[in-house]
Ligand binder design. Structure first.
Ligand SMILES: Cc1ncc(C[n+]2csc(CCOP(=O)(O)OP(=O)(O)O)c2C)c(N)n1
Length: 638
């Protein structure tokens, strides 16, 4: 498919070129765009399913509105490849998600057409209301358009935005991109409601008959009757029209319309643009439309590089399993021993590995939609009744649930187990998806246990340990990566003793206190330091909180320098926590604690290994830091 002539697309270097294109050529342009996306993403990987679903919608929005004057806010931003391509980034599309290339999401620093950066779901409505209010306060005149998926409509935040939009009565256009899918099939009452809207035969029949009637009456007696009939249609709509929910929130509802008829979309948007107030166009789209592998929609929401003609993945990737799978299989196996164990995901059954549990124990599995805060408080409710909820949420998305963790779980000392996938550097999803903050944000939570396994067996042992505790929350974090080695059978792994560390290597000059995935590079760094005559102890700090006081006291007695190594932001992380703890000891130990972690800044999309390199979290960089610290310490010592 590479190198296919793109007769129309090749001539479009920005929105002016697009707007000059005759409307009847738009369908052909969309076909070219579709080919280009399938081709590029086959090499770069990325959110191909979501993007293919909105080729026509993005094109119509680009034709009708005047970006950057008009503000267009895409929720999540993972579906906006067509938008990138039409707003002057076609020539850079091949660098999508690559180091130094364009982002897989929208970013304000990438283009003036990216009006709001995102990556997490549910922010578009709030941001758009803010922009509409700013416009009005500044006395400006332009449109603000928010494009929100049906999945994002399971986010509470979307309703907070909608509620405010309806109440404020500002000029705002909401486009609901309804493909019936989140990453997995969408869930919940709202999803059912939208499906009813799209398929309600009663409404469609009544609407057609009314239209017919109004035209006939109008021809006979004039406009007044048409107006009367229009009002009658409005009232009838309110009786049978599913969009009534939006209307009741103060947002005028239009649709549903076919999201793959680009010319129809242009017409609909042009009409809606003429109106005032908050209004919503309901657009029906098909996720992954035109992808060569139509069978499993969920699999191509986001996809690693694939064969563009078949859609099959290029590399199967041998070796040990991903942490995600080890977790999914372990929690499923442990459920047989713990009938009170239930599993919760926030719209990520496959991403978190919990689909494995779902197939085995559907009645004990809960997908609550993109609703991390609710997932957490829901788990708290389950825990009050003696169930053992395991909440599987990516490190980055659990940020959404911070208040729920403190207020609903920790203060009430409820035994909720949080399993945080994608902790640490995340790779090509980039800065919005980084799992760098969980250590910092969880350390401050009272009574929270935080653990990080160094290998698959330890993950199983930590899960056992968590299930054996009955008081207070317990978080286990692990990265987006393969585990170091295949896991042993779950039944053969004992619980890790609560609150204990493990010595991986004994030395006398310096102690490296590593967290989770940092154990392997720490051991490697210790080997490298041998060449400099430095003998390093390496400790696996599998419990970040509480710390192993016995082990810590011994380390403080035996070493002058303790260096913590964590794949999280260094600010307020494990090292900072430990240093404060050590500083408060009496008598004050002579040993010094230095924190080595990800420096406090954002990290660009790149392979995970490159990001670890950029943050100084490789074996080589750790050894270099330790060398420098030991030298500085020796210079200071009497
Ligand atoms: C707060 C948050 N939780 C989870 C995700 C992961 N995620 C990315 S896209 C997506 C589904 C979005 O569905 P929808 O809004 O319908 O958009 P579509 O992909 O179908 O176009 C999810 C759950 C996220 N981006 N943000």
């Amino acid at each position: 498919m590479a190198g296919l002539p793109m007769a129309l697309l090749d001539g479009i270097n920005g929105l002016e070129d697009l707007k000059r294109l005759p409307r009847e050529q738009l369908p052909e342009l969309c076909e070219e765009i579709r080919h280009r996306l399938v081709d590029v993403v086959s090499r770069t990987g990325g959110h191909i399913g979501a993007s293919l679903g909105v080729v026509e919608l993005a094109t119509a929005v680009a034709v009708v509105f005047d970006s950057p004057r008009d503000k267009v806010v895409w929720d999540v931003g993972h579906q906006a490849y067509t938008w990138k391509l039409l707003t002057g980034r076609n020539d850079r599309l091949d660098t999508l998600r690559q180091q130094g290339g364009i982002s897989g999401f929208l970013r304000r620093d990438e283009s003036p057409h990216d009006h709001f950066g995102a990556g997490h779901a549910g922010t578009a409505l709030s941001a758009a209301v803010g922009m509409a209010v700013a416009r009005d306060l500044k006395g400006e005149h332009h449109d603000v358009v928010a494009i929100v998926g049906d999945g994002a409509m399971t986010c509470g935040l979307s309703y907070e935005g909608m509620n405010n939009a309806g109440h404020s009565n500002r000029d705002l256009i909401i486009i609901l991109n309804d493909n019936g899918m989140s990453i997995a099939p969408n869930v919940g009452a709202m999803s059912r409601y939208l499906a009813n809207v799209a398929t309600n035969p009663l409404y469609n029949r009544v609407r057609d008959e009314l239209k017919h009637l109004t035209q006939r009456v109008d021809a006979m007696v004039g406009h007044g009757v048409q107006e009367f009939a229009r009002r009658a249609e409005e009232s009838l709509k309110n009786l049978v029209l599913p969009g009534v929910l939006f209307q009741e929130m103060g947002v005028r509802y239009f649709g549903p319309v076919d999201g793959h008829d680009v010319r129809g979309l242009v017409d609909a948007l042009e009409k809606i643009r003429q109106l005032k107030g908050p209004r919503l166009l309901h657009v029906l789209t098909q996720k992954g439309k035109g992808f060569p592998l139509p069978a499993d929609v969920e699999k191509f929401h986001s996809r690693a590089p694939y064969d563009p003609s078949t859609g099959e993945l290029k590399a199967a990737g041998g070796g040990p399993p991903q942490w995600t799978r080890v977790f999914g299989e372990a929690v499923t196996a442990l459920a047989a021993e713990h009938p009170e164990l239930v599993v919760i995901t926030a719209a990520m059954p496959t991403g978190t590995g919990t689909s494995i549990f779902q197939s085995r124990y559907p009645e004990r599995f809960f997908d609550v939609g993109i609703a991390e805060g609710h997932a957490t408080t829901f788990a708290a409710g389950l825990a009050t009744q003696g169930l053992r909820p395991v909440v599987a949420i990516y490190s980055t998305f659990l940020q959404r649930a911070y208040d729920n963790i403190i207020h609903d779980v920790a203060i009430q000392k409820l035994p909720v187990i949080f399993c945080l996938d994608r902790a640490g550097m995340v790779g090509d999803d980039g800065q919005t998806h980084m799992g760098l903050y969980d250590l910092a944000y969880l350390l401050a939570v009272p009574g929270m246990t935080i653990a990080a396994p160094r290998d698959a067996a330890e993950l199983i042992g930590l899960l056992r340990c968590a299930l054996a505790r009955t008081e207070g929350p317990f978080a286990i974090r692990y990265p987006r990566d393969k585990t170091p080695a295949d896991p042993p059978p779950v039944s053969s792994v004992p619980a890790v003793p609560y609150g204990t560390w493990e010595t991986l290597r004994r030395g006398r000059d310096v102690a490296l206190l590593a967290v989770g995935a940092m154990c392997a590079p720490a051991v490697e760094a210790a080997e490298a330091l041998k060449a400099d005559g430095l003998d390093a102890t390496v400790v696996n700090c599998r419990f970040v909180k509480p710390v192993d006081r016995k082990a810590l006291d011994a380390l403080l007695r035996e070493h002058h320098l303790l260096v913590t190594i964590e794949d999280g932001v260094v600010t307020n992380g494990f090292g900072a926590y430990l240093a404060a703890l050590v500083e408060g000891l009496t008598p004050a130990p002579s040993a010094r604690v230095v924190a080595h972690g990800a420096p406090d800044r954002t990290y660009e999309h790149a392979p995970r290994g490159k990001q670890l390199e950029a943050a100084g979290l490789t074996a080589g960089a750790i050894a270099a830091r330790v060398r420098a610290l030991v030298a500085a310490h020796a210079a200071l010592s009497p």
